[in-house]
Design a protein around this ligand. Structure first.
Ligand code: CUA
Length: 180
């Protein structure tokens, strides 16, 4: 059929007769599913917005690279542990993961501390998850992972390796203590 055939031309703007106005028919069943789908999208956007802005949940960022073979001489990584930026308020922890321990294994910060965790691995892929916080990241040789959390409740918070890294994986953990 040629494009010139009049029957093919269904554009309502070309019509001068109101009776030929085009209607897009959507089955009511289909229309309801379209509404539900849009509803889900709106719901997810709202949840992501709340998580990111109100709850402070962050995605770990790629903070650069460090050679796992020269960690012993690299700035900061050669002496892992807690660094005080603003006493009582702002802290950083450099964490080196290696089979099968974290260095440092015990961290102590005062109540109200805002702590930024920097982590890398000296050998294989590990994980770092700190209970009760949003700190949950992969720790990869050659790459630096970074996440921050605020500690307003005194107590002991365990952190674990949550990426299987070998036979000692299950004993790869440590504790962060928030002092009153
Ligand atoms: Cu380190 Cu599992």
């Amino acid at each position: 059929m040629s494009d010139e055939t009049p029957q093919d031309d269904v554009s309502p703007s070309d019509s001068t007769d109101g009776d030929t106005k085009q209607h897009i028919h959507v089955d009511s069943y289909e229309r309801n599913w379209i509404r539900i789908s849009i509803g889900f999208l709106v719901f997810f956007v709202i949840m992501i917005t709340i998580a990111g802005l109100a709850l402070g949940i962050q995605v770990p960022t790629d903070e650069g690279r460090v050679d796992p073979n020269t960690l012993d001489t690299a700035p900061f990584w050669s002496e892992p542990g807690l660094r005080e930026i603003v006493p009582g308020e702002e802290y950083e922890v450099y964490i080196v993961a290696r089979r099968f321990s974290f260095e440092p294994r015990n961290i102590a910060v005062p109540k109200g501390a805002h702590v930024t965790f920097w982590a890398t691995s000296a050998d294989v892929q590990h994980g770092f998850a700190l209970e009760g916080t949003n700190v949950n990241m992969m720790v990869i040789p050659g790459q630096v992972s970074k996440l921050a959390a605020q500690f307003d409740e005194p107590g002991e918070y365990d952190f674990i390796c949550h990426e299987y890294c070998g036979l000692g994986h299950a004993v790869m953990y440590g504790t962060l203590t928030v002092e009153p």
